[in-house]
Design a protein around this ligand. Structure first.
Ligand SMILES: Cc1cc2nc3c(=O)[nH]c(=O)nc-3n(C[C@H](O)[C@H](O)[C@H](O)COP(=O)(O)OP(=O)(O)OC[C@H]3O[C@@H](n4cnc5c(N)ncnc54)[C@H](O)[C@@H]3O)c2cc1C
Length: 374
């Protein structure tokens, strides 16, 4: 299959919207300065590229796995398979996982994995007074969680055709719980969680059938408009959204977990028996895509995403997601980078950036930036 045909968007785009037919460029050219004339354009050029990264979203069509399982004399709590929404969901699912892990009242708890799920779950348990050890092959900055975009917009983690009503009902509570915990980190510089202006831009008017994940009240200033939109697009959905900078957030959260008493052990598990041989009687499985092999989960597969980092531009505090004839382009600003995306390729396991794709991404974003002042 042609790689180009497989390029679809990140964040809001996948699953939440069906946009396969949106392939035309905007035709409207505005004759007067837009309300965004105070926005600065991103400087998208190959000379400003610092690096590209490829990450694998752990996707389960039925949604993430969040449940306890008894295996011999061990209780294993699963908290994995959050697809393209794991950063956003992290507090919500980890609170439930920590509650399940607390039930057997065993003092020692093993947490497998040191991505956003493992760290958040370990922090919660350590704060409750449990003796927690995080066992992981990789730690920040070398996990998938470090690669995430990461806009707070829980999406792309289930297939709406397959997911159960029960899952969706619980998911709403989880999303709302996650959001309220992230709010407590806003504007505390070491965590890198901050508000920004988010724009979804479409070449045609779209009527959304469902509220946004968790309810529209989680997205301040949410508004749709059909004129005077960013880059002159005919339709725009705008809101304030939280951005989480994983390069700041994950080390800060890990430090909190260590301060609360959690310990780290670099370990690679080759199979389930090695996991069950751990001394702890309660084990929380936060191994992301790794759970597929460890716990024989054949429903989970990767959705590969490539992103390119440019030198930072502190003056940028907006983001966009834009459909193109080949998929989507999205941009998220961080303190240390302008992050350009992106791709979503199902069942692709490679993690080496594609140089041509980097060039295409940069050219696509440069083209958009040139429309900012039209
Ligand atoms: C390109 C891209 C963009 C994304 N954008 C967003 C976004 O905008 N918003 C959002 O909310 N989410 C986003 N995501 C999704 C998010 O990154 C994931 O859902 C989330 O990081 C999953 O976290 P995790 O802790 O479950 O897994 P991981 O971060 O993958 O951590 C897994 C941990 O388990 C360990 N492990 C695995 N197997 C083993 C083993 N056998 N032995 C020992 N240790 C093991 C690993 O070493 C690691 O420590 C994006 C993802 C990608 C790839």
């Amino acid at each position: 299959m042609n790689r180009r045909e497989l390029l679809i968007g990140a964040g809001y785009g996948i699953g939440a919207l069906s946009l396969a037919s949106c392939s035309t460029a905007p035709s409207a050219i505005q004759s007067k300065p837009s309300r965004y004339s105070h926005y600065q354009p991103i400087k998208a050029s190959m000379r400003r590229v610092t690096h590209s990264v490829v990450g694998l979203r752990p996707f389960r069509p039925e949604g993430y796995r969040l449940e306890a399982e008894q295996l011999g004399n061990k209780t294993v709590v699963h908290n994995y398979g959050h697809g393209g929404g794991g950063i956003s969901l992290s507090w919500g699912t980890s609170i439930v996982a920590a509650q399940l892990a607390s039930k057997p009242l065993s003092r020692d708890i093993a947490v497998l994995g040191s991505g956003v799920m493992g760290i958040t779950t370990a922090l919660l348990l350590a704060q409750e007074g449990f003796s927690v050890t995080i066992y992981a092959e990789d730690f920040p900055p070398h996990t998938t969680s470090d690669i995430a975009a990461a806009v707070w917009l829980p999406s792309s983690y289930f297939d709406r055709e397959i997911v159960s009503d029960k899952f969706l009902a619980q998911d709403t509570h989880i999303i709302r719980g996650a959001f309220s915990r992230f709010l407590t980190y806003v504007n505390r510089p070491k965590y890198g969680v901050y508000w920004h202006n988010y724009h979804l831009l479409l070449p045609e008017v779209r009527h959304f059938k469902r509220p946004l994940p968790g309810g529209n009240d989680l997205y301040p200033e949410l508004a749709a408009s059909t004129e005077d939109n960013l880059f002159g697009y005919p339709f725009q959905s705008y809101m304030k959204a939280l951005l989480i900078d994983p390069m700041l957030y994950l080390p800060a959260l890990l430090q909190d977990a260590l301060l609360a008493g959690a310990q780290l052990k670099q370990t690679t598990f080759n199979n389930r028996d090695e996991v069950l041989a751990l001394k702890e009687k309660v084990i929380v499985n936060c191994t992301g895509l790794g759970a597929s092999k460890l716990f024989d989960d054949t429903s989970m597969y990767p959705i590969q995403g490539q992103m390119t980092h440019l030198l930072p531009q502190p003056e940028i505090n907006y983001s966009y997601v834009v459909p193109t004839s080949e998929g989507y382009l999205y941009m998220f600003p961080r303190k240390g980078a302008i992050v350009l995306g992106g791709t979503a390729v199902k069942h692709a396991y490679g993690t080496t950036p594609d140089e041509q794709l980097t060039k295409d991404l940069v050219a696509g974003h440069a083209n958009l930036a040139s429309k900012l002042r039209l």
